[in-house]
Design a protein around this ligand. Structure first.
Ligand code: FE2
Length: 323
């Protein structure tokens, strides 16, 4: 079975193809984020312009024709409405044209499942960290449970906002990580409640420091504090659930510093820690294709006329199958 998956929830229009659990294509095109952040209508227009080429690129990479595709998956949510619509319409058009089944994938589950697959883990607890989301997840039976999450913004959005406030471009996490090299620690608000956490207080505090402290020290301190918060909450969740495996997934899982901190904590408890390659942690179509293939194999499909998008599609609303 070969399944084509489309991801379009934010700045990336991604098309992946998976054949029997193996990624055979992962093409993508990204909207360039400027000083104003993401302007939804502009991002969606960029996706519309890029869609035909990215689909063709994925087929070429896989060495396949449209007629080789047996099913379609797309991101139903969560994400930006305008952007999700482009992915849904592209997916519906393909499914109708090719006369193949279509299924709707939760973006966060896509991130978690591709990390699990690439790291060859069986039943991990997942720390899912991206722009809009920061959650601690675990699958129980046929559903995923959110054991902890941010009270306000996702860590990725916090890092992007910090970069913009310090006028560091491109305004995203890797720029903050680079700027942080060799920085000195200054105290930041540390907000962990059980397995939940909050980032806006730290963002406000750090932004107010910009005339008194160097960008290097601010980035270093925010990064160390935020990642320590995530590591503490994850450690608590691992011990409470008696989990033996941990993965980190989502765009912020590309951070070397976060992975080092989690690795250190996992080693202390004898827990196996794994993650996907960077290209599969950034938003991508392969994770949607991977999940869609599993869903279609379990008979989970949607009628074309029932396909929708849901901007706040929560991971714990999704019911799949028992392992
Ligand atoms: Fe994502």
């Amino acid at each position: 079975m070969a399944v084509l998956g489309i991801e379009s929830s934010a700045h990336t229009f991604g098309v992946g193809i998976v054949e029997e659990g193996r990624v055979v294509a992962n093409a993508k095109a990204m909207y360039k984020i400027g000083s104003k952040g993401m302007i939804p209508r502009e991002v969606a227009e960029t996706h519309i312009a890029n869609a035909p080429n990215v689909i063709q690129e994925a087929l070429k990479e896989a060495g396949m024709k449209f007629s080789d595709i047996d099913g379609i998956g797309y991101t139903k949510g969560p994400g930006i409405g305008y952007c999700l619509h482009v992915g849904m319409l592209s997916a519906k058009t393909l499914a109708k044209k090719l006369n193949v089944p279509i299924t709707q994938v939760n973006h966060g589950i896509g991130h978690m499942e591709i990390a699990k697959s690439r790291a060859k883990l069986k039943d991990p607890l997942a720390l899912y960290v991206s722009g809009g989301n920061s959650q601690i997840l675990k699958k129980y039976g046929e559903s995923y449970r959110v054991l902890g999450e941010t009270f306000d913004i996702g860590i990725g959005n916090m890092l992007d906002s910090l970069a913009r406030s310090l006028k560091l471009y491109p305004a995203w996490g890797s720029t903050v990580e680079k700027t942080a090299e060799g920085g000195k620690y200054v105290e930041m608000p540390y907000t962990v409640k059980g397995m939940d956490f909050s980032f806006t207080g730290m963002l406000t505090h750090a932004s107010k420091m910009k005339d008194r402290k160097s960008d290097k020290d601010i980035c270093f301190s925010v990064q160390e504090t935020a990642y320590a918060m995530l590591t503490e909450a994850t450690e608590r969740a691992l011990l409470l659930t008696n989990s033996k495996e941990l993965c980190v997934c989502g765009g912020v899982a590309q951070s070397h510093r976060l992975k080092r901190m989690l690795q250190g904590m996992a080693d202390e408890h004898g827990i196996t820690f794994g993650y996907a390659e960077d290209t599969f942690n950034a938003d991508n179509g392969a994770m949607i294709a991977l999940m869609a293939e599993q869903m279609l194999k379990h008979g989970i499909k949607t009628k074309l006329q029932d396909c929708t998008i849901e901007q706040r599609y929560r991971i714990d609303e999704v019911k799949l199958w028992k392992e």
